[in-house]
Design a protein around this ligand. Sequence first.
Ligand code: ATP
Ligand code: MG
Length: 715
Amino acid sequence: MLDGLDPEQREVATALGGPVCVLAGAGTGKTRAITHRIAYGVRSGVLQPSSVLAVTFTNRAAGEMRGRLRQLGAGGVQARTFHSAALRQLQYFWPKAVGGELPRLAERKVQIVAEAAARCRIRLDRTELRDVTGEIEWAKVTQTVPEDYPAAAAKARREMPRDPAETARVYAAYEQLKRDRGVIDFEDVLLLTVGVLQDRHDIAETVRRQYQHFVVDEYQDVSPLQQRLLELWLGDRDSLCVVGDASQTIYSFTGATPDHLLNFRTRHPHATVVKLVRDYRSTPQVVHLANGLLSQARGRAAEHRLELVSQREAGPEPVYGEYADEPAEAEGTARRVRDLIDSGVPASEIAILYRINAQSEVYEQALADAGVPYQLRGAERFFERPEVREAGLLLRGAARAGGADTQLAGADDVPSQVRAVLGTRGWTAEPPAGSGAVRDRWESLAALVRLAEDFVRARADATLADLVAELDERASAQHAPTVEGVTLASLHAAKGLEWDAVFLVGLAEGMMPITYAKTDEQIEEERRLLYVGVTRARRHLSLSWALSRTPGGRPSRRPTRFLNGLRPGSAAVRPGPGSPGGTGGVERGPARRRKRGSARCRVCGRTLTDAGEIKLMRCEDCPSELDEALYERLRDWRAEEAARLGQPAYCVFTDKTLMAIAEAVPGTEAELSRISGVGGRKLGSFGADVLALCAGTCPTSEDASHDASEETREK
Ligand code: ATP
Ligand code: MG
């Protein structure tokens, strides 16, 4: 059991008695050490499996830990998030503590806050409503009651959406409304558990008899409320093992703080404190950049930074990519992902990580175009997100009603119509203050508004109905069954995970650090977020940004300040120990530029900038010579091919590519290869079939046979 651990990790695993605190950097084996600790304790008979509660940060991490424990012969140990552990206890004890069934979880919190504001006769516009809701959530996890909110928020230097006294009144009314209706919210689950354990010693004793040993992963991001719950679970005992890395604190915006980790010794003077510095995850090249980033960090967490020492063999230097615009960045990234897969890296070992979920759309599209299967982590696919689906339905309704739709009164161009419709669902011209779920929702709607603007820029006479059709097409290209593929995730959702190859994209000022990070502390949190991103990579690391958002836009963006002095060609910020010189080379996505710059409509000759039009190789509204029958044959063939490979259809060819083929009717491989979306790999796999279909002959079974090794790899 202890063989797979180094001496310090072994110390963690064998210190089964008293309190243990592990302070260590990314990839040093903290999670591995605690998993082995539990398994060692169970196998050596010191820990009863049912008496151990392991707390991790996400349900997924909890699931993974249960799996690892089972493998190590310690199944039966509870591994849960704070929230799920609390909910389980609450459901169990509620009938005894309060009587009756546990109230149900309220679904639409914002709605209740709106009613609460109305009761107080306080008018909140949509943005204020969301921001006030965020303030109430923060108040609850920091255990701040309504009367104390104004003072506490001022002390924490919160950006307050309204007069704090008004927010406090809405907060109080919100709590009352929930009581009246017999519902609870997400934060109440922890608050009520804390309440029951505090007030009912008999229940607290029962819980403490059940759980005697506690292990907490990612302890740097514990909220005051979670900390309180942990203390109540523990009582006056001290079998507690916490592990964390202050340099990876990325949830302070929700009220979490690394203070509990950093002050552990003060509260537990006899604690065994272990530091791990050997990085088993990443190559020296990746670790060098991670150390460089940390050497520029400031603030309390930074004072406790630990320089990482890689234990792995040398690997490739990080690659930096500067692109002209976001679609070019996404396409360039998808191309490099494809190359990695072709060179033997499994798709499931590759991740593309971005700052906010709304950035996923352009990557979902680019991967679909490149025929690379993907899965989203921590968020649904763009077109499957509830707010995007709801917006799609509303837009469809408005398009159908046309002039009869009252929402559209006075909005005569398509983007204004979209803004008017989405305005009823929370879109506002200015983003809401702060972050979290409210901000995510707004970002999704804002992405739809931008999509409408781009669409109309490429097609001046487009109607709302055309836009709805475009959205449908994009949605169907992305509506694929979840397959084992490349991971798309936000940096927050990537916490604790690792991949062979990691692409950190969108690293331009404004996105990294994000515009709403204003104070020094918020900027430092953004830097830590980038550190978390860098340290997810085992071997291949790519960092990229785009100089403008849209094709043809002004190249006014700058790469993130956090890479100054670290990426080649940038001025050093604060040369110091650990601040490395240049690494890697900047790739400028040249192929993409050339192609994009010279793309012209093959009907009218106009220069094309819209990604969809480039794919079609003509303006959307130029007359199409689409061979409908050929198009249908190609689609049927694609369906069979996709079924044979066990992959979604878009991985064979997207609709746009099939359309371009059915228009161009290529007669030779060279002609076919000029069509956007037909790369070398696809030419090899499908070229013969497609040319046969274009020539009007059916692909023979021989034509349709493929290199077996390639097929296996694709599966
Ligand atoms: P993070 O801070 O990102 O959560 P961590 O400190 O929890 O990282 P782990 O995920 O436990 O790190 O380990 C990182 C990688 O290094 C894993 O693949 C793990 O299996 C491996 N590893 C850890 N310790 C050792 C060891 N002693 N020998 C070999 N591999 C190890
Ligand atoms: Mg970990």
